[in-house]
Design a protein around this ligand. Structure first.
Ligand code: 26Q
Length: 812
């Protein structure tokens, strides 16, 4: 390991610059310098990485195999510097070279290999496992293009490709020698094996190569470095050589392109899976590589696969990787001579499943036609798992054929398809939701038959976020303040934030806390100016809503609140001087094919243009919508926020994790009784959380009774005036019909009941303003939010998984 001294660091850095980048310092570009810096930091981690691998293999303990189609990692440099405690040394060393760490940091393009919450959760979990010294391999896909880069053209979202690899990828280690072949298509054949047993053989039609790329996952100051292994697709030699030799070069190149397409791009939909063939190819591709990898590379050669569950526990991050279940069955039966029962015995011990949704349209159902064509052997195995399972159901509930039909993994309508959530549930030892309310609704509404049959299979693990990235790195000023008060232990033991509670009444601490918030706002102001040309006014309540754009998350409700305030000033119902100065920040990407979401983005931008320039408002209301919200922006935005908007319709947001990040950084939440908000409110206390809207039972009741949004429009004058202002064309450059789709959807359908919750939301915003006017009371609430949110560390989530699901423990 290079020495932990400034001199040693400088030597290493210059060496990397010269030998890796092939440039002298005086001729190097900022990108060269960044790449050399990354390599330098990597070198510090290398010995620990190798040692971790050796230690883990020797110990033969159980490894967590986290299977996730997404990892929304965020920038790597800062986290690596933190984990190696190199910040100070790097700062000084670079300064000696005439360079500025902060500038080099900005060179890094974050790996955005995920859509939102689910992908970011995976990143937090692998961080926590490394920090807690738990052996874990994260398995996923090395998308060449991650989540699209969002731009706005005349207020409309326009997507650009995310070329995160273009300037070099210093954090990855490709291992082409460890590539794995993955087969697709073809048919199956029956034959009689040497032992006289009838066997099945899969005769695939084509194949690709999976090339592993390893990434380091360093624990916080503990010497452990776990591995994230992402797979990239390549054409196999046999595949293109054959065609090359036939002389058809163009065809050979097409074949290559075809293979490489599999890991080319992340699907940007995160709620309505489209059943695209390429997506299924992606899922099988990374899962097949990952299973093969563990069995062939990580296990010793003579390992008895009957004991596989002693050595690996696979966590299915939603249903996306569940094709691993029939794949493991296939490997054991077709390639390792297991009987069906032996294979099932092993397989059903190896998997656990986390569900991240309640929306029916977000549940994956793959047409049997497609699955059978792409993976004929897996389709057979799924049918057989289903048969065996339904026999169990019939035994448990004799005569209840309707129930058996209901529980079948094979849906018959609208077309024959495999319900992946059912397959996941049947094959897993444990099934969990991601917040208490969600786990309850999962049992009661999504999988009631399954929870009746196997009540002990179901459990909850409330999500969490890593305090390393989302407090220590993103909010250094608050971190220092906390450490000065209670010592540094909180970074790996977040419940210790409790010790801050008494400080909520210490005047000097409150002043310092406000200074931190003000400094974070100033930092954000500078960033938004430079990044987006946006001016953030001084002294405003900073009201932030950042998350994917979705109807159920109700960005439109936030917008109605703003338009309502604006309308009241415009029509003289209230004086501008009486409006609490407020800047509302939105950050949101819409799935490119999601028309309503894109229209909502357009509407927000059009309202912003109008409100931000209206003299009547006297600068007291401002909307800022920086494009391309991502992890990097979140790290600057969240520490600056006063108010966190968590306003989904109750029962719709599985958990939310942004909500936790805000609370931990001293923002107060205005939110519904949904997802993890329920637990946040319980922990921080009613007084320090602005609750509004219907709760889930009330939503269900209103839905059952028949919801008519028009009633709210007709009976609520302010709501009517607000919607009428939009309908009048006030925000649409003279085209009154521009936003008809959004407004008429609210008026006629409003699936997520924004109008029903409008009044209550506005009232809660009134309470926000009241509290905000009382600086001392606000600060007290904010400090208590920090002090009482320690539960939401992903370290705690990991402890819960270890105890309730994985039944394993950190390495000793
Ligand atoms: C599936 C099939 C085909 C194409 C895309 C998909 C797909 C991709 C991503 C479906 C769903 C997602 C992402 C879902 C997600 O991010 N869910 C969020 O997970 C968080 C972590 O548990 C929760 O906090 C959020 O409440 C939940 O919305």
């Amino acid at each position: 390991m290079p020495s932990h001294s400034v001199d040693g660091f400088v030597r290493e850095f210059l060496h990397e610059l010269n030998t890796n980048q092939g440039v002298m310092l005086s001729r190097s570009s900022a990108n060269d310098q960044y790449l050399a810096l990354a390599s330098t930091v990597k070198n510090y981690l290398m010995a620990r990485w190798l040692e971790t691998g050796r230690k883990t293999r020797d110990a033969k303990t159980k490894t967590v195999g986290y299977l996730s189609a997404e990892y929304l990692l965020g920038r790597q440099l800062d986290n690596a510097l933190l984990a190696t405690d190199l910040n100070e040394i790097a700062t000084k060393g670079l300064a000696l070279c005439g360079l500025d760490l902060a500038t080099l940091r900005e060179q890094e393009v974050e790996p955005g290999l995920g859509n939102g919450g689910l992908g970011r959760l995976a990143a937090c979990f692998i961080d926590s496992l490394a920090t807690m010294d738990v052996p874990c391999i994260g398995y996923g896909i090395r998308y060449e293009y991650g989540i699209f880069r969002q731009t706005f053209v005349e207020g409309r979202q326009v997507e650009q490709p995310d070329t995160w690899l273009a300037l070099g990828a210093p954090w990855e280690f490709p291992h082409p020698e460890a590539s794995v072949q993955v087969n697709f298509g073809g048919h199956t054949e029956k034959y009689v094996g040497a032992d006289g047993r009838e066997r099945t053989r899969w005769v695939p039609a084509w194949n690709v190569l999976g090339v592993p790329y390893n990434y380091m996952v360093p624990g916080y100051l503990n010497g452990r470095v776990n591995t994230l292994r992402l797979w990239s697709a390549q054409a196999t030699k046999a595949f293109d050589l054959q065609i090359f030799n036939s002389g058809d070069y163009a065809q050979a190149v097409r074949a290559q392109t075809f293979a490489e397409n599999i890991s080319k791009v992340l699907y940007p939909e995160d709620s309505t899976p489209q059943g695209k063939e390429l997506r299924l190819q992606q899922q099988y591709f990374f899962v097949a590589c990952s299973l093969r990898d563990f069995i062939d590379q990580e296990l010793e050669e003579d390992f008895d696969l009957h004991n596989l569950a002693d050595r690996i526990t696979y966590q299915l991050n939603d249903t996306h990787p569940v094709i691993a279940v029939p794949e493991l069955m296939r490997l054991l039966i077709d390639e390792h001579d297991f009987s069906w029962d032996e294979a099932w015995e092993v397989t059903s011990k190896c998997f656990d499943y986390t569900c991240h949704t309640l929306l029916p349209e977000a549940l994956e159902v793959w047409p049997t036609e497609l699955l059978g064509r792409l993976l004929p052997r897996h389709m057979e195995i799924i049918y057989q798992i289903n048969e065996q399972f339904l026999a169990e159901v019939r035994e448990a509930f004799p005569g209840d054929e309707i129930r058996a039909r209901r529980m079948s993994m094979i849906a018959e309508f609208p077309e024959r398809g495999v319900r992946m959530a059912y397959l996941s549930t049947v094959a897993s030892s444990k099934v969990n939701g991601v917040a208490e309310l969600h786990s309850q609704l999962l049992r009661d509404k999504v999988l009631p038959d399954f929870s009746e049959m196997w009540p002990e299979k179901f459990t909850n693990v409330t999500n969490g976020v890593t305090p390393r990235r989302f407090v220590k790195l993103s909010n250094p000023k608050l971190s220092n303040l906390i450490t000065d008060a209670i010592g540094p232990g909180w970074v790996t033991d977040l419940e210790r934030l409790k010790e801050l509670e008494p400080y909520a009444d210490v005047p000097e601490f409150k002043v310092a806390f406000r200074e931190v918030k003000a400094a974070n706002k100033a930092r954000l102001t500078a960033l938004l100016k430079q990044r987006d040309g946006i001016d953030l006014p001084d002294g405003h309540l900073l009201d932030v809503m950042v998350k994917r754009l979705h109807e159920y998350k109700r960005q439109s409700l936030k917008l109605l609140h703003i338009v309502s305030l604006y309308e009241q000033v415009l029509s003289g119902k209230i004086a501008a001087a009486d409006v609490t100065p407020r800047t509302v920040v939105f950050g949101a990407k819409a799935a490119p094919g999601y028309k309503m979401a894109k229209d909502t983005i357009h509407l927000i931008n059009m309202v912003a243009a109008k409100v931000n320039s209206a003299p009547e408002i006297e600068g007291r209301l401002k909307i800022a919508f920086p494009a391309n919200y991502n992890v990097t922006l979140a790290e600057k935005l969240i520490p600056a926020a006063d108010l966190s908007e968590q306003i989904s319709l109750a029962g719709m947001e599985a958990s939310g994790t942004g909500n936790m990040k805000f609370a931990l950084n001293g923002a107060l939440t205005i939110g519904t009784d949904d997802g993890a908000n329920v637990e946040i409110r319980r922990l921080v206390g009613d007084k320090h959380f602005f609750l509004f809207g219907m709760n889930e039972p009330q939503v269900a009741e209103l839905g059952a009774k028949g919801y008519n949004p028009g009633d709210y429009y007709e009976s609520n004058q302010q709501l009517k005036a607000t919607l009428d202002l939009i309908l009048s064309g006030h925000f649409s450059d003279g085209d009154p019909h521009l936003f008809d789709a959004v407004v008429y959807n609210l008026l006629n359908q409003d699936r997520f009941m924004a109008l029903a919750d409008f009044d209550s939301y506005v009232e809660a915003q009134g309470k926000v303003e009241e509290r905000y006017a009382d600086e001392e009371a606000w600060t007290r609430s904010a400090i208590l939010n920090v002090a009482r949110s320690g539960y939401f560390s992903s370290d705690r989530s990991m402890r819960d998984y270890l105890q309730r699901i994985w039944h394993t423990s950190p390495m000793i």
